[in-house]
Design a protein around this ligand. Structure first.
Ligand SMILES: [Zn+2]
Length: 87
């Protein structure tokens, strides 16, 4: 019997947490698209489910921005109890 269970992650004791994900917003000054790529720009000791400032940098006008945001994290574990065996 296949089962699936989800676990909500509240925080990670990880200095550099990278993941595949991008946020794109327009620069409020020059309208150039700014990209926050989490596969290159890591989160440091993330607290999930809490509002924190998300950093953006505009390469065109060289301005820095911060936007409030909340990141949630869930781990899903799938397993098959029929294949349980002694090792
Ligand atoms: Zn700009």
């Amino acid at each position: 019997m296949k089962k699936k269970q989800e676990f909500k992650i509240e925080s990670l004791e990880v200095k550099r947490f990278y993941f595949d994900g991008k946020l794109e917003i327009d620069c409020p000054t020059c309208k150039t698209k700014m990209v926050r790529d989490f596969s290159e720009d890591y989160l440091s000791y993330p607290n999930f489910g809490e509002e924190e400032g998300l950093y953006f940098y505009c390469e065109d006008c060289e301005k820095e921005f911060e936007m409030p945001g909340v990141i949630n994290a869930t781990i899903e574990v799938s397993y098959d109890v029929d294949k349980l065996k002694e090792i």
